[in-house]
Design a protein around this ligand. Structure first.
Ligand SMILES: C[S@@+](CC[C@H](N)C(=O)[O-])C[C@H]1O[C@@H](n2cnc3c(N)ncnc32)[C@H](O)[C@@H]1O
Length: 231
């Protein structure tokens, strides 16, 4: 399937899922709140700083809400391809004047000016590995010197034993959240069909090659990780 057709399918999927997204996502994503908090804790700024931040794939605004409550003077531009997700985010953020929205593909966003941070939660696994170097280069250019990229996402292990363990642990988490077996199987099937996670070390290598310094892993829980780099 070519990447634009895949994009269309994923978009339709999120447009339809918006109403139940939050309820479901907290049951699907292990340690979600802790991971978002780890990402925010790693931001090297003062709480009152007037920051300019880009959020890639903001969805219903879960990470956005956490950031603006910690950094009250931050101005965030949220990008997402799903109109319904953005509408939900606007409602959740109560039309906060410091948050702007851009509807479209995160690969197509036209960065203007310089940003202090680019953040993303559970979206980069939608970008194909072959598109990643160009994708990283584009937003790296838009960061100020000392600006940071902070991300939370899902990865593969190059070790089959560990990869199998990660999938078992993920299933066990969804089961412990009360999801029925059929729903868990559907989630895993969809993940295997739609998502394009890469080996974590490969992602970090692309970041280093792009020019990011101090590339580091802030928190890792089986296949889920929070990581960052500095320009
Ligand atoms: C799994 S959700 C995560 C949402 C949010 N970041 C969170 O943590 O709750 C992925 C989001 O990324 C968006 N998305 C996926 N691929 C995208 C792309 N190529 N361009 C823009 N948005 C994209 C989807 O519409 C969806 O809202």
């Amino acid at each position: 399937m070519d990447s634009r057709r895949r994009f269309k399918e994923i978009k339709e999927h999120f447009e339809k899922e918006t109403a139940v997204f939050d309820k479901l996502f907290f049951k699907v994503m292990p340690r979600y709140e802790e991971m978002m908090q780890a990402l925010i804790n790693a931001m090297p700024f003062n709480k009152k700083d007037s920051l300019r931040i880009i959020e890639l794939g903001c969805g219903t605004g879960n990470l956005t809400r956490e950031i603006i409550s910690s950094y009250t003077n931050a101005r965030i531009t949220c990008i997402d391809m799903a109109d319904n997700m953005l509408k939900m985010a606007k409602a959740k953020l109560k039309n906060n004047r410091n948050v702007a929205f851009w509807l479209g593909d995160i690969r197509d966003f036209n960065y203007k000016g310089k940003y202090d941070a680019v953040v993303a939660s559970m979206v980069l696994h939608h970008v194909e590995g072959k598109d990643k170097p160009e994708f990283y280069r584009k937003f790296y250019k838009s960061l100020s010197r000392g600006g940071v990229f902070l991300c939370l996402d899902i990865f593969l292990s190059p070790n089959k034993h560990l990869q199998d363990l990660y999938m078992d642990k993920w299933r066990a988490f969804m089961k412990s959240s009360g999801l029925p077996t059929k729903k868990i199987n559907d989630m895993i099937t969809r993940h295997q069909k739609e998502d394009r996670p890469v080996v974590f070390e490969d992602e970090l290598a692309i970041m280093r090659k792009t020019g990011f310094k101090y590339v580091d892993v802030i928190l890792k829980h089986y296949n889920f990780a929070v990581y960052s780099g500095v320009k």
